[in-house]
Each structure stands twice: as C-alpha cells, then as structure tokens.
Design a protein around this ligand. Structure first.
Ligand SMILES: NC(=O)c1ccc[n+]([C@@H]2O[C@H](COP(=O)([O-])OP(=O)(O)OC[C@H]3O[C@@H](n4cnc5c(N)ncnc54)[C@H](OP(=O)(O)O)[C@@H]3O)[C@@H](O)[C@H]2O)c1
Length: 277
C-alpha cells in the first residue's frame, strides 16, 4: 500500500504512518469523519469494539468510494474478552459490524490482570491464523509485557499502540518495540489539543505556515517505526492535520520538540492500567 506520509512495513502488512482516530465519535459524525478523512488522503482508520462505532466506521469506509483493499483498518478487543473463546467471538462480531471479511490489524486493547498475557496472545495469534486479521498486535503494553507477548506469540506481532505525544517520554517502550522489529502507533498524538497552546510548537508552525497539529504529527511520523492516529470530527481540521504528510522539520526543530517530553505527561491512566515504564 502506498500512502502520503509513508508506510511502516511489518509482519506482512504495510501500515500508513498517518491514520484516523475515531474514539468518541459515533453515528453520522463518525461516518462523515471517516469518509471525508479518506477523501482527504488518509488510508488508515483506527476503531475498537469499545468505541461502539464499528458500524459507522464501516459505513464511512464504503461511503468514501475507495476499494476495501486501499484502506488499512484496525480494530481492538476489549480487556474483558481475552480468553480464546471470548476473543474469537469478539473478533467475528467486530468484522460483522464493520462489514468486512478481514481487518488489517487486530489489537489487544489493554492487558488484563485476570488473563495471563501468554494466554491472551495465543488467542490473538489464532485470530491471525484463522484469517480474521492480516496482522495482530497489542496496545497499552509496557516494555516488560511487550517482551512477554513476543515470547508467547507464534506469529510476528506488528505493533504496540500506546499514548505518545510531545509531553510523554516513551523511550523504554520505543526501545522494546524496535528491539522486536515492531512499530509503535501513537494515540493521543496531539495530546488532545494541548499542542495548540505550546509556544515551541506554535513557533515552528508559524515558520512553516501550517498548524501546530501538523507540526506535531510530522515530528511523530518522522520517527523510525512510529505511526500516528489523530482524531477530528471536523473535515476541515482533518485536511489541515494531513499537511503533516508532506512536512519535513529540521533537526533543530525535532530537537526542540524532543525537549518537551517528560515521564509524567500521561493523559490516559484508567484504574485497570498496567504498571507503566
Ligand atoms: N489504544 C488506546 O487505548 C487508545 C486510547 C485513546 C485513543 N486511542 C485512539 O487514538 C485516537 C487519537 O487519540 P484521541 O482522539 O484520544 O486524541 P487526539 O487525537 O490527540 O486529540 C483529539 C482532539 O483534538 C482535537 N483536534 C484534532 N485536530 C485538531 C485541530 N487541527 N485543531 C484543533 N483541535 C483539533 C479534536 O477535536 P475535534 O474532533 O473537535 O476536531 C479532539 O478533541 C483515538 O481517536 C483512538 O482511535 C486509542
């Protein structure tokens, strides 16, 4: 698959580095965001059974008029469906709601304290063996759990999807995924809008004549193995954000954004989260 902004090729799939997040959107809003996003050039859509919008996302993909094989579709299994029986049924239900015969990527959304990682990963691998997904991976796995997952898997794991933006240092998990030949999908890539008020990023954006969001996304996707999935319900903002696909920052600009990172900049930390790095 070729895509503006490039792709990360892993585990037999080619993942467009700029994707569309869909959390907190349902119904017509999700249909419009997905179809307009795809018309604007995105070729990668991220959803999850937990978002309750897989039907709308599927409808949005069909409304874009693009052939199914031109759109990279990811969905995720919630952490209460990690036993083999529950995961196989959850995947079948997700495919049914999306209206596709197979997704491109299927992820364990969060590790669960109730189901050992090895057991969940064996169930995940069976999703791939059964052809329900072209590739599989994990989400919200700290470095130690990435190693456990890789050790238990009998297929290549493609990615770990985690929170990553200019305010969160993710070096330990980045090293773990790179060591294992995996990609890192950055969620909350624009820190839910915080980058819009950041002096450093706004200054760089003004120099390039683009938005601070586009600068942040360009910073992310220029990193080895990093993929970003910003979300917007506005077709105009989706187009504005897609400027990242053709934006190149200087080494000094990258370093200035690198310097904003801190270990404590996490936005998403539910009570069922694992022990972070
Ligand atoms: N695996 C996981 O556990 C997990 C967790 C969280 C998220 N995710 C995935 O990652 C995706 C992205 O994360 P996110 O949605 O939480 O956060 P995000 O993409 O960092 O930020 C989304 C917010 O930024 C706003 N925004 C987007 N573009 C903008 C622009 N150009 N100007 C001003 N505001 C803008 C959006 O508002 P408007 O919509 O009004 O434009 C929305 O409120 C999700 O949608 C989901 O697919 C995964």
């Amino acid at each position: 698959m070729s895509a503006a902004g490039g792709t990360f090729d892993v585990a037999g799939v080619s993942i467009p580095k700029l994707g569309l997040g869909t959390f907190d959107m349902d119904g017509e809003a999700a249909v419009v965001a997905v179809s307009e996003g795809l018309k604007a050039g995105y070729r990668h859509v991220d959803t999850a059974e937990m978002y309750g919008n897989e039907r709308a996302v599927g409808e949005g993909i069909r409304a874009s008029g693009l052939p199914r094989e031109d759109v990279f579709v990811t969905t995720k299994v919630w952490h209460d469906h990690l036993t083999d029986h529950a995961m196989q049924s959850a995947a079948e239900a997700s495919l049914d709601r999306l209206g596709v015969g197979q997704v491109d990527l299927y992820l364990i959304h969060w590790p669960s304290p109730d189901v050992p990682v090895a057991e969940a990963v064996r169930a995940l691998c069976r999703i791939r063996h059964r052809g329900l997904a072209r590739a599989v991976g994990v989400s919200n796995f700290p470095a130690a759990l990435v190693e456990e997952a890789v050790a238990a898997a009998d297929v290549e794991l493609a990615v770990n999807q985690v929170e990553y933006h200019p305010y969160l240092d993710q070096d330990p998990v980045l090293s773990a995924v790179r060591r294992n030949g995996m990609g890192l999908i950055a969620y909350c890539p624009i820190a839910r809008g915080k980058v819009l008020r950041d002096e450093t990023i706004v200054g760089i954006a003004e120099r390039h004549g683009v938005s601070p969001v586009a600068v942040t996304l360009a910073w992310l996707i220029a990193q080895d193995g990093v993929i970003a999935i910003p979300k917007s319900r506005s077709p105009q903002r989706l187009r504005e954000n897609f400027a990242a696909a053709t934006l190149t920052l200087t080494t000094e600009e990258h370093a200035a954004i690198d310097a904003l990172r801190s270990p404590s900049g996490r936005l998403i930390d539910p009570d069922f989260a694992p022990a972070w790095d």
